[in-house]
Design a protein around this ligand. Structure first.
Ligand code: HEM
Length: 389
């Protein structure tokens, strides 16, 4: 492996060479902004230069796991068309119309909680799965089966983050079954009576290609992007709320909006540790020559706190959302950011108000920060007097 000239270069303040992982770390908000807006520094695939991205499975067959990830619209040649159409379905106003349904769903999930268990498994996971299915327009009869598909997609995405690209026959076969179901469901949604904004957008996008695999892959992508970071983010928020009684009181007495509280918790603890980019052509946008192929990793927590230090979440977030990188910035700004904020706030509010006797074992809570997407290992809880162990 050739060593990058950046390994020995005199780097400007705000940049650091991570020798272990051979990547350039960005820790300064101004430089992060440049990275996220610079046309030479791109996301995973250079659109148009790859003939692999977007390859459809042969007729009658399901995509392989690798093909499925390559079908995600964010790495495909139709990114801009998809992006423009989808953004209309995820405006603050559009997703705001789901708020009452989110609150109702959260209440149902609060009521169904066993007296003790794991908060991520027993409350957050069903709540975020089902609220995301609502936004996508999936009828309730399909939720149990789609939950299994979502779990598999989330598992495989995490494997991918760990660099796993080989899969055993059992995993591949379970995946093919899931994909066939996802395609069948997508076709039903596209031709069915549903009028959710996402479905209206999906019907427009389905005109681009005679195959509906790209739309099935889009639904699959939202099952990952729209669920796991929310479980992680709200687990962190719940851990913090139950370890500082004044935070719970602030929600109960309604002196802080759960949205504002969660915004500050996530500014300090973003679910995605880094935002990655790749230098596609040599450039010097960051004040020094960057060779093509350089991996750039923006350290989200460091950038978030660089100008304004961590504050007490009971007073909300001290900076504007546009100054926070938790949901990214620029062209690839999180599609679901508005929805995420409303969903998380509804989930936290209903849990705090609906289960005042809930206790979380903060010492027993494990949230792993090794992978780029943090991972909730356990968040034990009890309701009432039962011990947590
Ligand atoms: C707490 C929850 C969430 C967090 C922390 C989060 C974080 C992010 C971040 C940092 C990015 C930018 C990635 C980059 O620039 O490379 C992003 C993009 C994206 N997010 Fe989210 N996200 C969350 C929830 C959601 C939800 C609910 C959806 C469902 C619609 C979603 C869908 C997406 C999609 C599709 C993209 C790619 C956008 C593009 O490339 O244009 N996310 N998210």
């Amino acid at each position: 492996m050739t060593t990058s000239p950046l390994a020995t270069a005199d780097l400007p303040a705000g940049l650091q060479w991570d020798a272990d992982r051979s990547r350039l770390k960005v820790r300064d908000p101004r430089l992060a902004e440049i990275v996220l807006r610079d046309p030479h520094i791109i996301t995973g695939v250079d659109h148009g230069k790859s003939d692999r991205a977007g390859a459809l499975p042969p007729p009658g067959q399901a995509p392989t796991i690798t093909q499925f990830f390559e079908l995600w619209y964010t790495v495909g040649e139709h990114y801009h068309v998809f992006n423009t159409e989808l953004r209309r379905a995820f405006t603050a106003r559009t997703v705001g119309s789901f708020e009452a349904a989110f609150l109702d769903l959260a209440d149902r999930c609060v009521t169904a909680m066993p007296p003790r268990g794991d908060l991520a498994r027993d409350y957050l996971s069903p709540y975020f799965m089902h609220s995301t299915f609502l936004v996508i327009g999936v009828p309730e009869a399909e939720w149990p089966r789609l939950t299994k598909v979502a779990r598999l997609v989330i598992h495989l995405f995490k494997q991918q983050l760990l660099g796993v690209t080989e899969y055993g026959p059992r995993e591949a076969s379970a995946f093919a079954t899931s994909m066939r179901y996802l395609k069948h469901l997508t076709d039903q949604l596209l031709t069915g009576p549903g009028e959710e904004p996402f479905l209206l957008a999906a019907r427009q996008l389905a005109r681009i290609d005679p195959s509906t695999w790209p739309i099935a892959a889009l639904v699959g992508q939202l099952l990952m992007a729209g669920i796991e970071p929310m479980i992680v983010g709200s687990s962190i928020a719940c851990r913090d709320i139950w370890s500082a009684p004044h935070l719970r009181d602030a929600i109960l007495r309604e002196t802080v909006e759960p949205t504002d509280l969660a915004e500050e918790v996530l500014r300090q603890n973003p679910p995605f540790g880094n935002i990655f980019r790749f230098v596609s052509e040599p450039c010097d946008c960051l004040g020094l020559p960057l060779p093509a192929g350089t991996i750039v990793a923006i350290d989200v927590a460091v950038v978030n706190l660089q100008r304004t230090a961590a504050a007490d979440p009971a007073h909300g977030c001290p900076v504007r959302p546009s100054e926070v990188l938790t949901f990214g910035k620029g062209t690839h700004y999180c599609l679901g950011a508005h929805s995420a904020r409303i969903q998380i706030a509804a989930g936290v509010r209903q849990l705090v108000h609906g289960r005042p006797e809930l206790r979380i074992d903060v010492a027993g809570t494990r949230i792993d920060t090794h992978n780029n997407l943090k991972e909730v290992r356990s968040i034990p809880y009890r309701i009432g007097d039962e011990n947590v162990d």
